[in-house]
Design a protein around this ligand. Structure first.
Ligand SMILES: [Zn+2]
Ligand SMILES: [Zn+2]
Length: 143
């Protein structure tokens, strides 16, 4: 959506927006509102509702990507226009970046079959990390 991107450049630069963007730029994984909020408090003062509002504005403007995780929490990450998928540990929440995307090839196929213009997809892969598996995470946490 190119007009959204244009609009995003007209967003006023505020300390709060900058602080949130800085935190997410430094993060290698998507973060929940609470995680972002806890870190942002070390930089600037803001209420949790301001944090929610700022995150909503930034994702409306496509500066951030907002995704619903399988754990039911909302995660935010910087929209760096790179398509990526994450693997999340269901026990400790550790999240790692996966290489490549198996779905991009399928999208073309699906577009042809359905006549849809496919604009995107999200995919989160979950599992148990080696650390949790060693602690017996499988037994206590597997669905
Ligand atoms: Zn884990
Ligand atoms: Zn993908």
């Amino acid at each position: 959506m190119p007009d959204e991107t244009l609009k995003s450049q007209k967003l006023k630069t505020t300390k709060r927006r900058e602080a949130i963007l800085e935190i997410l730029r430094a993060s290698t994984k998507p973060m929940t509102t609470e995680e972002i909020y806890m870190q942002v408090l070390q930089e600037v003062h803001m209420s949790i509702s301001t944090a929610y509002r700022t995150l909503a504005t930034l994702s409306d403007k496509q500066i951030l990507i907002k995704e619903l995780g399988q754990d039911g929490k909302t995660y935010f990450r910087i929209n760096d226009h790179r398509h990526r998928h994450f693997l999340r540990c269901v026990c400790c929440g550790e999240t790692i970046l996966l290489d490549g995307c198996p779905i991009e090839k399928l999208e073309k196929d699906w577009a042809e079959k359905t006549g849809y213009q496919i604009t995107g997809h999200s995919l989160e892969v979950s599992g148990i990390c080696p650390k949790c598996a060693a602690k017996g995470g499988k037994k206590s946490h597997a669905k």
